[in-house]
Write a protein that binds this ligand. Sequence first.
Ligand code: DX5
Ligand code: ZN
Length: 219
Amino acid sequence: MIKIAPSILSADFFSLGKDIDEVCSGGGDYLHIDVMDGVFVPNISFGLPVLSSIRKQTEMFLDVHLMITKPHRYVERFCDAGADLVSFHVEADEPQDIFTAIEAVKAKGKKVGLVIKPKTPAEVLFPYLPLIDLALVMTVEPGFGGQKFMADMLPKIRALRNEIEQLQLDCELEVDGGIDRNTSPLVTEAGANVLVAGSAVFKEADRAAAIAAIRNIES
Ligand code: DX5
Ligand code: ZN
């Protein structure tokens, strides 16, 4: 079963509650929350107070994508603020601190994910796969919504799906960036099972129809 994770980065923050309600009732599976620090990526989005406010108002599964440097400093606070899953970039910390951060999220009873940027090979994630709940392949350079899908990431998705199957792991495979009704069949065929979509959901007036289209279902 394919899961769709609308990214609120493309929502209208003046009417964030309404936008979240629409993707919740419209069939979104996870709510994807992009946290950017202006250092790891060249953009700043929002952080802990926004997550806390969302947590108070929705039962949706909150999939928090940290694009911040040295995430081990913050992962516990994102768990406490209401994340169901916290994912962070393997490029953003020393390997020892990546392991520390993974264990810190698990100790909080939350799911944990690791993310790779387009230039990072799939194999970098292999040693971590038995430890994590979700692997996330960026299909654009992280930092901004509305960018073009990078088709050359498809072999990486396939490589990770193969490794997850070889090791018989219960690890989800998420993709993020440029996902819409045209690119979703490519990534699901390659083995992704969680599809983040920002602009393809929130720039459409009918969010339920947009989500159904990404699932490739006629609504
Ligand atoms: C980009 C973020 C994405 C972004 C995707 O760095 O991680 O989650 O919201 O936006 P679209 O779907 O518009 O490419
Ligand atoms: Zn994201």
